[in-house]
Design a protein around this ligand. Structure first.
Ligand code: SF4
Length: 649
């Protein structure tokens, strides 16, 4: 039987297990990437593991999320990251050079290689045939030390794209259509492989918009086969020699097939505040818009901004709104500037920003209260923009630019009819990409050979081995779809403590309950209860590390997001699945006790646990964990276990 492309790449990298969906496999990692807000902890963990040098073919550290450097803590973090990259042999990309996924795609992403990144949108270079997966920082540190990465073998789903995109529709509409159909949970445990004539019709940058936002489906990764377009893209980046032809076998068997006719796609938009609340733009047309942003790792490329710039040429954005363009990389910004498009945009009233994540996580350009902001980003979780009562819509650059010109949400086809002289801009690649290499410090040119730690850079917290008893108060009961933004917000006042867990933990779950951290500290121990899809969103391991630091020993949820569940194991917190009836019955403040001897039960492979609530009623909770995950839990987390193993314990 033939293999899917995912199976082919995994087979080439397999070090443990077989490719049975749902079973855990260990794979070798070729490349790792880190961004600034997760990278500090990766390097502190790498240091704690007593490792001398990155063992992967390539490691790259980017400074992209918090580039504005509001106080010395951010700048200290960036200096620490540069020193760590230099000391341990990673490439370094300084603030202003762009978003990790964009810069990695431009400079290092390679077909057929595996990439592990401490950021949930790591799957972006799947559009170039690279199997890329987001993970927690500790997994990155271990992989960078030469250890395998363990993941549940995903089901591989074929997304067959037919036809070609009509004018005014874009790659963003393809992934919004996927979200409309499959929802934010539809990709859990899956890799989406995009094939068919529609896939062939898309350029690499369009493909990476789709693979980037596969993360919002909860997918492990997303992939495109490689072809002439992949080769052409790499050649334009000056890396043609890295091209490899990669396709699925004709008789490959997929777990499922989804068919999308690109010709049927109209401009779509995701309404506040979930990426899967997708409707045609015409359904929400007429809503007044006060802010529009084009950029991010989803739509911050030259090829994304150019269509918007063409729409602005010779026109003016509506006076009552702010129109911001933040290129995803310096490369994109520099080419647009050299070609004169930056001047065109500025003449139209566009505020052209630096290349950064910034506004995507509420750092800069926070919307006005009770207003509508249209963004070409990938997430619109409530509060992510930096204000709790935000109304963020997600759309393509074409829809965003149309709204900026009209001052309200409008389907760009209708704006074209109104204006009469607005042509649909196509997607164009520059003849030759250049412009980002100058700001990279390659590992071989490192300017540091020892770690530079400022006063805000703390220690890695460690957890004791798992005990036999877990009992405590339900310190918080939460709803479905709690995101890692809820658990540890990423706003600027909080981000600066990412390398200082003692301080950062004060903000744990503050967006759900401001008193939580204080109550947890007073209780000393306790459990959390949540509905479906707990921990969706980013890869940030701080969302497990801080609850651990506050004494949380177990999370009881109806289901868990993949990366967050792995992070809970990595930090010694027991993730237990409960059914809906138990979820409904359990109340905040209830005392919960796991009746079993927890350490013994986890070690012996027991799946069903009995929980007793208020000494009154009992229910079953399930631990779905591999043998390896059980060893991690028993040791008190992955760091203590890895250290034990290294010491031969
Ligand atoms: Fe940056 Fe936003 Fe992309 Fe995350 S999703 S990497 S914050 S641009």
């Amino acid at each position: 039987m033939g293999q899917t492309l995912t199976e082919k790449i995994l087979s080439d990298h397999l070090v443990e297990g077989d490719l049975t969906p749902g079973e855990e496999i260990g794979i070798e990692i070729d490349q790792v990437l880190m961004q600034d807000t997760t990278g500090t902890m990766v390097w502190l963990q790498f240091e704690a593991l007593d490792l001398d040098e990155a063992q992967t073919e390539l490691a790259a550290q980017y400074c992209d999320h918090q580039t504005y450097q509001f106080d010395f803590k951010n700048t200290d973090d960036h200096r620490f990251l540069r020193s760590a990259a230099g000391t341990y042999g990673a490439h370094f990309s300084r603030p202003g050079n762009g978003i990790c996924h964009n810069v990695h795609k431009e400079n290092f992403a390679a077909p057929g290689k595996t990439l592990l990144g401490s950021d949930s949108h790591t799957p972006t270079p799947g559009g170039l045939g690279q199997l890329a997966i987001g993970a927690g920082g500790l997994d990155i540190a271990v992989a960078m030390g030469g250890g395998a990465y363990y993941v549940e073998m995903p089901e591989v789903v074929n997304v067959r794209l037919e036809g070609e995109l009509p004018e005014w529709s874009s790659a963003k509409d393809v992934i919004l259509e996927m979200l409309r159909r499959e929802t934010v949970k539809g990709g859990v445990g899956k890799v989406f492989e995009y094939t068919g004539p529609g896939a062939e019709s898309l350029s690499v940058p369009e493909r990476t918009t789709i693979t980037n936002m596969g993360t919002e489906l909860g997918a492990t990764s997303s992939l495109f086969e490689t072809d002439e377009k992949t080769k052409d893209y790499l050649e334009r980046q000056g890396r043609g020699d890295e091209y490899v032809e990669l396709t699925a076998d004709d008789d490959a068997e997929y777990a499922d097939e989804i068919v999308i006719d690109l010709g049927d796609l109209e401009p779509l938009i995701a309404c506040p505040s979930m990426p899967d609340k997708v409707v045609p733009v015409r359904e929400v047309a007429g809503e007044k818009v006060e802010q529009v942003l084009v950029g991010s790792c989803t739509n911050g490329g030259y090829e994304d901004i150019l269509p918007a710039a063409k729409m602005f040429e010779g026109r003016e954005v509506a006076k009552h709104l702010e129109m911001i363009v933040a290129p995803g990389s310096k490369q994109a910004g520099e080419i647009l500037a050299r070609q004169g498009w930056t001047a065109e945009m500025m003449a139209a009233g566009v505020n052209v920003s630096e290349a950064t994540c910034g506004p995507c996580i509420g750092i800069g350009h926070v919307p006005a209260s009770d207003s509508i902001s249209l963004r070409t980003f990938n997430r619109n979780f409530e509060g992510r923009s930096g204000i709790e009562d935000d109304n963020v819509y997600l759309c393509s650059p074409q829809v965003a630019a149309a709204a900026a010109l009209k001052g309200e949400i409008i389907d760009p086809r209708d704006l074209a009819d109104e204006l009469g002289d607005l042509d649909a801009p196509g997607v164009e690649l520059p003849e030759k990409y250049d412009g980002s290499k100058t700001d990279l410090i390659y590992a071989e040119d490192a300017i540091d050979d020892e770690l530079i730690k400022g006063p805000n850079i703390g220690e890695v917290p460690l957890q004791d081995p798992l005990g036999s008893n877990i009992s405590g108060e339900t310190l918080l009961k939460m709803e479905d779809n709690i995101t890692t933004d809820h658990i540890i917000p990423a706003t600027s006042d909080i981000l600066k403590f990412r390398s200082n867990i003692e301080r950062l933990s004060d903000f744990t779950l503050s967006r759900v309950d401001e008193t939580f951290a204080q109550r947890a500290k007073e209780a000393g121990t306790g459990v959390l209860v949540a509905g479906e899809n707990y921990g969706q969103g980013s890869s940030r391991e701080h969302a497990a590390m801080c609850p651990m630091y506050l004494g949380i020993e177990a999370v009881l949820a109806q289901s868990f997001a993949r990366i967050h569940k792995a992070n809970l194991f990595n930090f010694g917190i027991v993730p237990l699945a409960i059914d809906e009836e138990t979820y409904e019955k359990i109340e905040q403040g209830d005392d919960v006790e796991i009746v079993d001897d927890v350490a013994e039960a986890v070690e012996s492979g027991q799946e069903e646990f009995t929980i007793r609530v208020n000494d009154d009623w009992e229910a079953t909770a399930n631990l779905h964990a591999s043998e390896r995950e059980r060893r991690i839990l028993t040791a008190g987390g992955k760091l203590p276990l890895t250290k034990q193993q290294a010491e031969g314990g």
